[in-house]
Design a protein around this ligand. Structure first.
Ligand code: UD1
Ligand code: CA
Length: 452
């Protein structure tokens, strides 16, 4: 059966106290509705988003997708919301209804739910909650079959005691929605068109409602305020940490690693506390990352060592490279095998050849450094004249003395030796000593000034 997905994302989320529509608040760096969309993509290429509050912002977030948008100008209930998308949903096949603010539902769970759907059965995702307050209660008949969903505000005292609740997520044959949504009434406590009323309609028409439970409760948790957002963030991070450990990584504390994107990881990596991964990160085998590091959009080869308090952004590190502590690798940094970047060094669009070292207190930007070069402490590439950027080239085996200022465009040839404190504006030739600094003089006959 073909599956269409309708994602409800029109609600305001006033308790978020935010300029951002609720569904765009991020879990693990990704807007909640994106998580839902990405999961939906595993079942369907016919995805509909019902938007309302902040509709333009939501549309903009999804502008790179094939999702179709339906405006629900007034939020008249979940049934009304789904109805907005129906003109775009085929008459045949199945429809999966998801909420844009319930981001952690597993694809496996949804697969099971969709598998319940035939022309004459539907699937409903329900969950047992210790505290079911606020949720729609699942009313079952004497045979244990689902008979109806009663909203909290419409429930009797007896029904309020029920702890099985409606997650809101359901899968059903499209014809049911096309036939029955127009028949919904809003004569209930909230004056809304409830999607959940379809359940009792189905039951009275002899349609079986198959309740499915998720593996974990958090799969059905939605976000109404920042506290719940924080709870879901932690659930997500716990899952992500477990996945890394399953790949053979050691996490010094799985509760203190955050993944906001995807991390592909080789075996035997060791990740210390307070490490944040962002974007697309790839770690080879045996990589060690010290505490308090941020690694964003980077590829780290086998056995790379990242010492504490290092920020790596948009960089590629060859095998056995070492960085930090307190290093900052900015976009376009490439370290060849065994290169070393030490403390308080900033690099940008810089390539360090195999075994090269920039160990202390330097800025290396727009630079190409050959193999086995040694860049002394405090060396600065002056790559910017206020208007344009220029390249510094340093050949293999060059030695740049401490506190040198390399005014680009400038070349230090292979094997060149630059005296400490030099300001270079011209080529330093291969295998020779170049010194570009004031000569040291000692003034004969000098006396200290005396008080007048
Ligand atoms: C709904 C269910 C309830 C279930 C609960 C689970 C109904 C009538 N009730 O209740 O059985 O236990 O979810 O969280 O369906 N939305 C729109 N347009 C609207 C109304 C809602 O897009 O007009 C969206 C919201 O943004 C939200 C979702 O639908 O993402 C659920 O809406 P919400 O108002 O939170 O539903 P509940 O009253 O909590
Ligand atoms: Ca809700």
């Amino acid at each position: 059966m073909d599956v269409s997905v309708v994602i409800l994302a029109a609600g305001q989320g006033s308790r978020m106290k935010s300029r951002l529509p609720k569904v765009l608040h991020r879990v693990a760096g990704v807007p909640m509705a994106r998580h839902v969309y990405q999961t939906a993509c595993q079942f369907s290429s016919d995805i509909h988003l019902v938007v309302g509050h902040g509709a333009d912002q939501v549309r903009h977030e999804f502008s790179d997708t094939n999702a179709r948008f339906w405006l629900q100008a007034e939020q008249l209930g979940t049934g009304h919301a789904v109805a907005q998308a129906m003109p775009g949903v085929p008459e045949t096949g199945a429809v999966l209804v998801l909420y844009g603010d319930v981001p952690l539902t597993r694809a496996e769970t949804l697969k099971t739910l969709i598998d319940q759907v035939t022309e004459h059965t539907m699937g409903l995702l329900t969950v047992q909650l210790e505290d079911p307050a606020g949720y729609g209660r699942i009313v079952r008949d004497a045979n244990g079959q689902v008979a109806a969903i009663v909203e909290h505000k419409d429930a009797s005292a007896e029904q309020l005691a029920i702890t099985e609740v409606n997650s809101g997520i359901m899968a059903l044959p499209a014809w049911m929605l096309h036939a029955w949504l127009p028949r919904l009434q809003n004569n209930n406590a909230q004056g809304e068109y409830y999607l959940t009323d379809l359940i009792s309609m189905a039951v009275s028409e002899g349609i079986a409602v198959q309740a499915v439970q998720p593996l974990d409760v958090e799969e059905t948790l939605g976000v109404n305020n920042r506290q719940q957002l924080a709870v879901l963030e932690r659930w997500f991070q716990q899952r992500a940490a477990n996945a890394l450990m399953a790949e053979g990584a050691t996490l010094m504390d799985p509760g203190r690693v955050d993944i906001r994107g995807t991390v592909r990881i080789g075996q035997d990596c060791l990740i210390d506390v307070n490490v944040v991964f962002e974007g697309e990160v790839e770690l080879g085998t045996g990589v060690r990352i010290g505490p308090n590091c941020v690694i964003r959009n980077a590829r780290l080869g086998d056995d790379v060592v990242v010492e504490a308090n290092t920020l790596i952004d948009g960089a590629q590190l060859g095998a056995n490279a070492t960085v930090g502590p307190f290093a900052r690798l900015r976009p376009g940094t490439e370290l060849d095998e065994g290169a070393k970047v030490g403390n308080f060094v900033e690099t940008k669009k810089a390539r360090l050849g195999a075994g090269s070292k920039v160990n202390h207190l330097s800025y290396i930007g727009d630079a190409v450094i050959g193999e086995g070069a040694n860049i002394g402490a405090g060396t600065i590439t002056c790559n910017y004249d206020g208007v344009n950027k220029f390249v510094t080239e340093i050949g293999a085996g060059a030695f740049v003395g401490s506190n040198s200022t390399l005014v680009a465009p400038v070349t230090i040839e292979a094997g060149a030796f630059v005296g400490a404190g030099s300001v270079l504006t011209k080529t330093a030739p291969a295998d020779q000593l170049t010194v570009g600094r004031a000569r040291q003089v000692t003034v004969k006959g000098w006396t200290r000034p005396a008080k007048q």
